[in-house]
Design a protein around this ligand. Sequence first.
Ligand SMILES: [Zn+2]
Length: 190
Amino acid sequence: MPAEFPDFRLGTELATSFTATLTERSGDPVERVPTPQRLLDWLALHDLAANSCSAAQLDRARELREAIHAAATAAATGGPLPAPALQVINDSSAQGRAAAVLTTGGERRWQLGSSSVEDALSVIAADAVEIIAGERAGRLALCASPTCRAAFFDTSQSRSRKWCDMNTCGNRQKKARFNANRRKSTRTTK
Ligand SMILES: [Zn+2]
């Protein structure tokens, strides 16, 4: 039953939303696409519906996910981009068949060539290339939460966002700070 699986963290950028299917990488990692069906669910939510997914394709998707995470982390910290990660991203980008098409509402949609997981992954890989290459307005940054450290894409005006997600990491940190302050103030009033 779907309710038993961890929910998705939906961000605004395709590539970093995809890397957020594994959260708390630096703490107790939470796998949000634990089964092939969950990957299909995630893809469908992002207008990348694929027909089927095998265990091998799920592995391939996770491999791409971690490659994007590694490359985005390097880009966020100004380090050299890791060659093995680039290989995975570039291979994925080259392997799928997907075309950008326009809707009557003037929006871009991706049309998958064969509705395969590979097609969907190629779109995600291409999105990662765009973000990491700096082709889109925004800044790659790392989440300030020590147990998270997710690479996210900051499109805020000031480019000073600290958390990958305000509702989770941001909130938790705010609560921790609030509790620490309260402890401090009860100590000083004694
Ligand atoms: Zn975070």
